[in-house]
Design a protein around this ligand. Structure first.
Ligand SMILES: Cc1cc2nc3c(=O)[nH]c(=O)nc-3n(C[C@H](O)[C@H](O)[C@H](O)COP(=O)(O)OP(=O)(O)OC[C@H]3O[C@@H](n4cnc5c(N)ncnc54)[C@H](O)[C@@H]3O)c2cc1C
Length: 498
C-alpha cells in the first residue's frame, strides 16, 4: 500500500484524498486551519451562519460524475434546490432590474426587450456554447497535458468546430450582440473564472451554457455541505484527516519527495506528496530553492485572478428588493476591469455581487433576519490601511442602499465582518491575497497553465485552482481526478467512471 500525504484540505485536497483512499492508497491529509474546506469555508456569528467563499452551485453534471465515480449519490449528501430566478441584475444605467431564470422561454423576452432580435442570436450563440461544453468535457477538461502536441490537438479540435474561440470574450460576444447590457449579461460569468472579458479566450463562452442551460442550484444548509460531504466520503474510505496542522516543508531526497515536515517539526514519511496549497506557496515556501520549478520572477509575471472585498452582514428583518443571487454591474465596465487587472486601485465604480442565502435557507439566519454576503472584486496585491478598507466598505454600503433599493440598510446591520486581501494571504497562504488563483487567460489555460506534477521533484503532484483545469468548486473535483490519473498512469481524456 503506497502512502500519500495531501497538503491542504480545500475541495481539491479533500477530493484527491477521497479518490486515492478509495483506490487503495493510505492517505493522510494535513490542513493548516482548524476548519476544512479551504476557500469553501464557513463561520458562525450572532446566530448567522456564513459561507465564506463559494455560493453558486454550478455544473451539476460534474458533481454527479464525481459522486458516482466514488460509488456515492449526490442526493444522499446534498439537498439541491434549483433557484428561480437564478439571479437578479441591478443596472445602474437606468435603474433597470432584470431577473434571469436559466430558462429560455423566460430569458429570451428579457433580452429581446433590451435588444430586438437578441433572442434568435442567443439561441445560435448557446447552441455553439453547448457544443463547445461537450467538446471540452469529453476532450480536454479532464485531460492531463504532457507536451506541446497536446496543445496542437486541442487547437485542432476547437478550430475544427469553427467556433473562433481564440478571440477574446469581448470581441466574440460583440459579434452577436450590440446592446451594452446584453453584452454584460453574457460576459459577467467570467468573474467565476477570475478573469476579464478583455483577456479571456472565447472558449469560455461555455460559461454561458452552464449559466443559461444548466441552471443555478443551492445545497440546503449552505455550500459548506459540499465540504462536509467530501469529509464524510474521505473518512468512510479511511483517510486520516489532521486539521490545525500546517506543513512546514516538503522533504526531498535524491530529487524525490519522501514526506513532509509539519509545523510541529514532526517528519512524516510518504511515497507520494500531493499539494493542494496554492502552487506559489508550495513552490516558494515549502520547497528549498534547488527543487523549485519556478522562481519568484515567474509568478510576478502571471495574471492573478482578483482578490475581493467581502462583507459578511447580519441584517435585522428581511430585504425585499433582493433575491438569492444579486448582481450590480459597474457602468464603465472596461475601466472597472482595468482597475482590477491593469492599474490596481479601489474601483471608482465597482461591480458587486450580493448573496442572500436566507431567502432560500431558514438555517443561515435568525428567524425573520437576512444573511448577506457582499463581494466586490478588487486587484490582488492591493495595499490598504484598515481605515481605507472601512471607508471603502462604507462606500459599497452606500451604493447598495441607493442602487439596490435598501434605503435603511445601514441602520439594520446587526453583524458585520470585513474580509479582504490580507485575510486571503493569512488564512490560505494565497499569493498576493488572490481570492481565486491564476486568471484564465489564454497563456494560463490548458497546456499553458502550471502542470499538476513537478518536473523537478519526483512523486510531487499538485491539485487545486492553480493547476488544471482551473478555478471553481466542481473544477476541483476534476483536478482531483486528473491528479489520480497522473499518479496511477491512466491515460484517458474523458471522465473516469470507475
Ligand atoms: C469569495 C469566493 C467566492 C467564490 N465563489 C465561487 C462560486 O460561487 N462557485 C464556485 O464553484 N467557486 C467559487 N469560488 C472558487 C472556489 O471556491 C475555489 O476555486 C475552490 O474552492 C478552490 O479549491 P482548492 O482545491 O484550490 O483549494 P483551496 O480552497 O485553495 O484550499 C487550499 C488549502 O490548503 C491549505 N494550506 C495552505 N498552505 C498550507 C500548508 N503549508 N500546510 C497545510 N495546509 C495549507 C489552505 O489553508 C487551504 O485550506 C469562490 C472562491 C472565493 C474565494
Amino acid at each position: 500500500m503506497q502512502k500519500v500525504i495531501v497538503i491542504g484540505g480545500g475541495i481539491g485536497g479533500l477530493a484527491t484524498a477521497c479518490i486515492l483512499a478509495r483506490k487503495g492508497y493510505e492517505v493522510s491529509l494535513y490542513e493548516k486551519n482548524k476548519t476544512l474546506g479551504g476557500r469553501a469555508n464557513i463561520f458562525e456569528a450572532e446566530g448567522f451562519c456564513f459561507d465564506m467563499g463559494p455560493s453558486w452551485y454550478l455544473m451539476p453534471d460534474i458533481f454527479e460524475n464525481f459522486f458516482s465515480f466514488m460509488g456515492e449519490k449526490v442526493e444522499d449528501h446534498l439537498e439541491l434546490i434549483r433557484l428561480a430566478p437564478s439571479y437578479r441584475i441591478f443596472f445602474k444605467d437606468d435603474n433597470k432590474i432584470v431577473d434571469m431564470f436559466s430558462d429560455l422561454d423566460k430569458d429570451i423576452p428579457t433580452l429581446e426587450e433590451l435588444e430586438p432580435g437578441a433572442g434568435d442570436k442567443l439561441r445560435e450563440y448557446l447552441d455553439k456554447a453547448k457544443q463547445q461544453y461537450e467538446i471540452a468535457k469529453d476532450g480536454f477538461m479532464y485531460k492531463n497535458y504532457n507536451s506541446i502536441f497536446d496543445f496542437i490537438n486541442f487547437r485542432t479540435m476547437i478550430e475544427g468546430s469553427k467556433l473562433s474561440v481564440f478571440s477574446d470574450m469581448d470581441r466574440y460576444v460583440s459579434k452577436y450582440f450590440k446592446h451594452p447590457l446584453v453584452k454584460k449579461i453574457l460576459q459577467y460569468p467570467l468573474v467565476f473564472l477570475g478573469s476579464s472579458p478583455y483577456n479571456t479566450p472565447a472558449l469560455y463562452s461555455i460559461m454561458n451554457h452552464i449559466d443559461f442551460n444548466m441552471g443555478v442550484f443551492y445545497p440546503q444548509g449552505g455550500m459548506y455541505t459540499i465540504t462536509e460531504a467530501l469529509v464524510n466520503i474521505a473518512q468512510k474510505n479511511g483517510v486520516n484527516i489532521v486539521s490545525g496542522m500546517g506543513v512546514k516543508q516538503i522533504v526531498v531526497e535524491n530529487r524525490k519527495a519522501i514526506g513532509v515536515e509539519l509545523e510541529s517539526r514532526e517528519i512524516v514519511k510518504a511515497d507520494i506528496v500531493v499539494s493542494n496549497a496554492d502552487m506559489t506557496h508550495t513552490e516558494l515556501s515549502l520547497l528549498a530553492s534547488a527543487h523549485r520549478q519556478y522562481d519568484e520572477a515567474y509568478w510576478e509575471k502571471k495574471v492573478l485572478a482578483p482578490s475581493a472585498l467581502i462583507m459578511y452582514l447580519g441584517v435585522k428583518g428581511k430585504v425585499d428588493s433582493l433575491v438569492h443571487h444579486n448582481l450590480l454591474f459597474s457602468q464603465d465596465w472596461k475601466t472597472n476591469f482595468e482597475q482590477i487587472f491593469d492599474d490596481p486601485m479601489w474601483p471608482d465604480d465597482p461591480s458587486m455581487y450580493v448573496c442572500a442565502p436566507s431567502k432560500t435557507d431558514p438555517n443561515v439566519a435568525p428567524e425573520g433576519d437576512e444573511n448577506l454576503f457582499v463581494l466586490v472584486p478588487i486587484a490582488a496585491g492591493l495595499e490598504y490601511s484598515e481605515e481605507e478598507l472601512d471607508s471603502y466598505a462604507n462606500k459599497v454600503l452606500a451604493i447598495m442602499q441607493s442602487e439596490m433599493n435598501i434605503p435603511d440598510l445601514n441602520e439594520r446591520i446587526i453583524y458585520k465582518r470585513l474580509y479582504s486581501v490580507k485575510n486571503f494571504e493569512q488564512d490560505y497562504n494565497a499569493y498576493k491575497g488572490t481570492a481565486l488563483g491564476l486568471a484564465h487567460t489564454i497563456n494560463q489555460t490548458a497546456i499553458f497553465r502550471p502542470n499538476n506534477y513537478s518536473k523537478k521533484v519526483k512523486n510531487l503532484y499538485y491539485v487545486g485552482a492553480g493547476t488544471n483545469p482551473g478555478i471553481g468548486v466542481p473544477i476541483q473535483l476534476i483536478s482531483a481526478e486528473m491528479v489520480y490519473k497522473r499518479i496511477a498512469g491512466i491515460n484517458q481524456d474523458s471522465p473516469l467512471t470507475e
